[in-house]
Write a protein that binds this ligand. Structure first.
Ligand SMILES: Cc1cc2nc3c(=O)[nH]c(=O)nc-3n(C[C@H](O)[C@H](O)[C@H](O)COP(=O)(O)OP(=O)(O)OC[C@H]3O[C@@H](n4cnc5c(N)ncnc54)[C@H](O)[C@@H]3O)c2cc1C
Length: 400
């Protein structure tokens, strides 16, 4: 299979490439190059720059302020963004709750929430998982009991990514237990994080970062107009969102960029050593990962085409999720192997922030490789674990 771009598409690619080269907000490209973690403001500045260019809603329909781009344009955009080593777009607003609101929300909800998501004025987080309810999400226990014009929410959500920055959280909550199937008593609720009764507890990840949290709800009053769609139908809406999430977590363009960089690095005689490209075993593993990624790239294009024609991504998104994250982790392992013992030093964030130009042991990619390796153990778990994705593929794609 061979993909060629038309002259128009090539001109679009050049425009996108020039934007990421010349118009990234001050300091962000440098931080990315040096492996300095981005903070909340960096992400917002980056996303607002895309918004001002009119490109932030790259995957939204025109009627809601999106670009209405073709599949090929989206593919080009994501590829160029990765090739420029630009930050990722935080998915919770644009990629998750936004599509749920414009698909299932009321007119009032669309007007209230969508413009702020597009302009990155509001930071969203995702409240699905609970202690004891992850893979078996339908067992969730956070309750929302109706009291007049409000729901009273009680319970705990966990693993909430970047919840410490969030202005709003979208939650799956239990509104009824009197149902034939557990899924039927679940509703989709939008909750302002400033509401009294909400508290956030950090969870520190294995490499020492604060990326995830527990969120506790104690008698939190949520207006009924914050319910999306029908009460008890939240499972259906939440599933559509998960399919979008899984398609997004494949990260094919990013892995492609990282493998290219690794191949370049392998060709160089770093610190006078024999280039790694002489190591046939390493190069065989690198090539095998590249070949698998190429195959996945076409699966991604097929899924993007289905979404563009108005369909939900469907169970194929599970293939993208587990294969994409397996290849991310395989790439992380190759980076650690390439760095050898230079992968060992731990560079605390504060050191890098205080002395951004200081000499460090190894190259930027090397010192980062072990931190990234540990952090990305998460990829085969979040968005639904890879074992669960394989169950979905077995049942809904292979018909087993
Ligand atoms: C870094 C990180 C960020 C996250 N961010 C968010 C977030 O922002 N919002 C949110 O709501 N959630 C988030 N999650 C939660 C994530 O979706 C869950 O961790 C995931 O769904 C797995 O659930 P669990 O952790 O409860 O594991 P469990 O469901 O307890 O699973 C434990 C193990 O058993 C396996 N297993 C379970 N059931 C089966 C089965 N039927 N067949 C085969 N194997 C099975 C799983 O694959 C896993 O290996 C995040 C998780 C991580 C690690």
């Amino acid at each position: 299979m061979h993909v060629t771009f038309s002259d128009k598409e090539l001109a679009f690619r050049d425009e996108v490439r020039a934007f990421f080269r010349d118009e990234m907000p001050e300091g962000i490209a440098k931080k990315q190059r040096q492996g300095v973690p981005l903070d909340r403001d960096d992400y917002i500045r980056f996303q607002k720059a895309l918004y001002e260019k009119g490109w932030f809603g790259y995957n939204w329909p025109v009627e809601y302020g999106g670009t209405g781009w073709s599949v090929v344009q989206k593919f080009i955009f994501l590829t160029e963004m990765a090739q420029a080593d630009a930050p990722v777009i935080i998915p919770f607003g644009l990629g998750m709750v936004g599509p749920v609101i414009y698909t299932f929300g009321t007119e009032e909800q669309k007007q209230r929430f969508l413009p702020d998501i597009l302009a990155s004025n509001v930071w969203w987080c995702q409240g699905y998982s609970e202690p004891g309810s992850g893979s078996d999400l339908a067992s969730l226990k956070t309750r929302a009991d109706r009291a007049g014009d409000y729901y009273i929410v009680n319970g705990t959500k966990t693993w909430t990514t970047l919840g410490q920055h969030a202005d709003w959280i979208f939650c799956l909550v239990r509104t009824s237990t009197e149902v034939a199937r557990r899924q039927e008593g679940i509703s989709f609720l939008l909750i302002d994080m400033k509401t009294p009764g909400i508290s956030v507890t950090p969870i520190i990840t294995i490499e020492g970062d604060h990326e995830i949290n527990e969120i506790h709800f104690e008698d939190v009053k949520v207006p009924v107009e914050n319910l999306v769609g029908e009460e008890g139908k939240g499972w259906t809406y939440g599933k559509v969102l998960l399919e979008h999430e899984r398609t997004g977590t494949a990260g094919v363009a990013r892995t492609k960029y990282r493998l290219q960089k690794l191949r370049e690095q392998a060709g160089r005689a770093i610190r006078g050593a024999t280039p790694l490209s002489n190591d046939r075993n390493f190069m065989r593993k690198l090539a095998a990962t590249e070949v698998e990624l190429k195959a996945l790239e076409f699966t991604e294009l097929r899924t993007l085409a289905a979404v563009a024609s108005g369909k939900a991504p469907g169970p194929e998104s599970s293939i993208l999720k587990f294969k994409g994250t397996e290849l991310q982790q395989a790439t992380d392992e190759l980076y650690v192997e390439a760095a050898g013992y230079y992968a060992l030093p731990y560079v605390p964030d504060q050191y890098v922030l205080d002395f951004p130009d200081a000499d460090r042991v190894g190259e930027g990619a090397e010192t980062k490789s072990s931190l990234r390796y540990f952090n990305f153990r998460k990829a085969s778990i979040y968005g639904g674990s890879n074992e669960i994705q394989k169950n979905i593929v077995a049942k809904h794609v292979l018909g087993l």
